[in-house]
Design a protein. Structure first.
Length: 246
């Protein structure tokens, strides 16, 4: 009788552990990962894109698509709308914006961007303080991606500080719930936002809108990074999907 009772207690304890573990897993799955399956063309929301990186077009003077894997990944879920500045007219085209290591925006366009976000816009900003992306353009060429994110006060206005890395080189970081390979990433800090990934990613609530800032842009350069990049573009899509559902 005692032996049967002991067995029942052991089995009951195991069952309870399994139930608790299953519940925890269910909670994790409900929060992460998001559904990143390709969308039908008619179901793809507009995504504005402003960037200095060869994502839309190659560095050579041509109107042909760059054929970049980043653009290919984005176009499985979004209708990509290139914009040149963050002026109010450009931002009126959509609710979601990807700023992938952009040029410094004029003061009036920064005001328009901040107003757009506070009014309900969603922006994913890749602010790289030490870009390692190779370029065939000469130093000083205005079409060459800047060596660092040119912050003119936007991050501080949103309560963030961006610091350059002490050491250069590849580093595995956590973006969008996945381990991704970065190159010389910076570090974000600030009490106004939720900062994760050891300072790699910040999620900020700004008025009615949201801004996600990532202190690296090189993780998009999946063909040239020295190491595994299987999850890099999924991490990009995951962060965008997270902004969509906020």
């Amino acid at each position: 009788m005692t032996r049967r009772l002991s067995v029942r207690l052991v089995l009951g304890g195991i069952a309870a552990i399994v139930i608790i573990a299953a519940g925890a897993l269910a909670l994790t799955r409900s929060d992460h990962p998001l559904d990143l399956r390709p969308r039908a063309p008619s179901q793809r929301p507009a995504l504005m894109l402003i960037t200095t990186l060869p994502i839309l077009f190659p560095e050579e003077f041509t109107l042909q698509s760059s054929g970049s894997k980043t653009l290919g990944a984005l176009e499985t879920r979004y209708k990509v709308l290139p914009i040149g500045t963050t002026d109010a007219r450009s931002l009126s085209q959509a609710r979601l914006l990807l700023m992938a290591h952009p040029l410094a925006q004029p003061a009036e366009d920064l005001v328009a961007l901040d107003r757009w976000v506070r009014g309900g816009g969603r922006v994913l900003l890749l602010a790289d303080p030490m870009l390692e992306w190779a370029s065939g353009r000469a130093l000083g060429d205005p079409l060459r991606p800047p060596a660092m994110f040119m912050d003119t006060g936007l991050l501080a206005h949103w309560g963030l500080t961006l610091e350059a890395p002490d050491e250069r080189g590849p580093k595995v970081g956590r973006i969008g719930g996945a381990d991704v390979l970065t190159a010389s990433p910076g570090t974000l800090s600030g009490s106004a936002c939720v900062v994760g990934g050891g300072g790699l990613v910040a999620h900020c609530r700004i008025g009615k809108g949201h801004a996600t800032v990532i202190a690296d842009a090189d993780f998009l350069n999946v063909d040239d990074l020295d190491g595994p990049t299987d999850h890099n573009l999924d991490a990009l899509l995951d962060e965008l999907a997270g902004l969509e559902r906020k």
